[in-house]
Design a protein around this ligand. Structure first.
Ligand code: AMP
Length: 174
């Protein structure tokens, strides 16, 4: 499958969740096994020789591809969740959203200082969520952070929010 064919499988939903937003709906790509294979193969190609030891997915759309990649790399999956969802002791960060403040958490024993971490989410818009996830992961003193998205909305220039030492890659650009 070509990248253009994958792009054609991503549905635009106009005015969702609020007027003025064109929502990139990936469910229409996830339903197609050829698109899933493309995502899996391309992510594996990017990260197979990076020494990744944990793959983190951000709740909830990051939970779709992150465990698949973790399995393929032979490493574990770790969920970043919204506040109050993880049952054991956590470390958290709060970050400003368009309206109000959000808090995300990781289990305190989920990462170790010798980990090389890949953090995955489905889509990069403004980058606020992923920047907060990077800040959270940095609290564990890990060796290196890679960041991955399936889709990046280039016109929002979200990648500008990341520090230089974080390596950011997206499979598809709009
Ligand atoms: P941000 O923190 O602005 O980069 O937003 C990232 C999160 O919001 C991702 O988890 C996306 O799933 C979701 N998101 C934001 N904008 C869009 C959009 N236009 N289409 C699809 N998902 C979006």
């Amino acid at each position: 499958m070509t990248i253009e064919e994958v792009k054609a499988n991503i549905r635009d939903v106009v005015d969702f969740p609020i007027p003025g937003i064109i929502f990139k709906d990936l469910t229409t790509a996830f339903i197609n096994p050829d698109c899933m294979r493309y995502f899996e193969d391309e992510m594996y190609r990017l990260y197979k020789d990076k020494g990744i030891t944990k793959v983190i997915g951000i709740e909830s759309r990051g939970f779709i591809m992150a465990p698949i990649l973790g399995n393929k790399l032979g490493v574990g999956f770790v969920p970043v969740r919204k506040k109050g969802k993880l049952p054991a002791e956590t470390i958290e960060v709060s970050y400003a959203k368009e309206y109000g403040v959000d808090v995300i958490e990781l289990h305190k024993d989920a990462l170790q200082p010798d980990d090389v971490v890949l953090i995955h989410d489905d889509l990069l818009a403004t980058g606020g969520t992923m920047k907060a996830a990077c800040e959270l992961v940095r609290k564990f003193g890990v060796k290196k952070i890679y960041v991955n998205f399936l889709v990046e909305l280039d016109f929002l220039e979200g990648r500008a929010v990341f520090d230089e030492e974080v390596k950011v890659d997206s499979l598809i650009h709009f």
